[in-house]
Ligand binder design. Structure first.
Ligand SMILES: [Zn+2]
Ligand SMILES: [Zn+2]
Length: 151
C-alpha cells in the first residue's frame, strides 16, 4: 500500500510540479490594473523607511520580488519615479483610476519586479524573510523572530 501511494505520487509529478508554481494575481482596487505572477517570489521583504510608509499609506511596506519573466502585466498604469536618499530609486506603476501601486522596479534592476504584498489580497501569501530600515519602525510593530534584520 505505501508503495502504491508512492507510485501514484510519482505519476502525478507533473501536475504537482505545476502546483509548486502557483499563479497569483495582484490587482488594484478597481481591478483594471493587474500583474499576474507564476511561481514563488525570490524574496519577500518588509521596509519601514519613511518613503515606503508614505508610498504605501501604511506604517511599513511589504513587497515580493519576482523575476520579470514570471510576471504578466495588464491594464493601464501610470508611473511615478521616486529617488531614494542614497541615490537609488524606483519606478512605481499605479492605477490612474484608483491610485493603487500594483508593481514597481528598482532603478538599475530591470530584471526584477516588486509587487506590494497587499495587492494580492491573500492572507495565505508567504511571510517576509527580510526586514529593512527598522530604525524607522513604529514602536508598536513587532517583526517575526526568524526574520533577517537589515539595518
Ligand atoms: Zn484601479
Ligand atoms: Zn523603504
Amino acid at each position: 500500500m505505501p508503495g502504491q501511494e508512492r507510485g501514484r505520487a510519482g505519476v502525478s509529478n507533473a501536475p504537482a510540479d505545476a502546483a509548486k508554481r502557483p499563479r497569483r494575481v495582484a490587482a488594484c482596487s478597481c481591478g483594471q490594473l493587474t500583474a499576474t505572477v507564476d511561481g514563488e517570489p525570490v524574496r519577500i521583504s518588509v521596509c519601514h523607511c519613511l518613503a515606503c510608509q508614505r508610498r504605501s499609506g501604511s506604517v511599513f511596506a511589504a513587497q515580493a520580488r519576482f523575476a520579470r519573466a514570471d510576471v504578466t502585466f495588464s491594464g493601464e498604469g501610470r508611473e511615478f519615479v521616486r529617488v531614494g536618499d542614497e541615490g537609488g530609486g524606483a519606478t512605481f506603476t499605479f492605477c490612474p483610476a484608483c491610485g493603487v501601486t500594483v508593481h514597481y522596479t528598482s532603478i538599475g534592476q530591470p530584471q526584477w519586479v516588486a509587487i506590494p504584498v497587499g495587492v494580492f489580497a491573500d492572507p495565505a501569501f508567504p511571510a517576509p524573510g527580510v526586514s529593512v530600515y527598522e530604525e524607522r519602525m513604529h514602536g508598536w510593530v513587532r517583526m517575526p523572530d526568524a526574520i533577517e534584520h537589515i539595518f
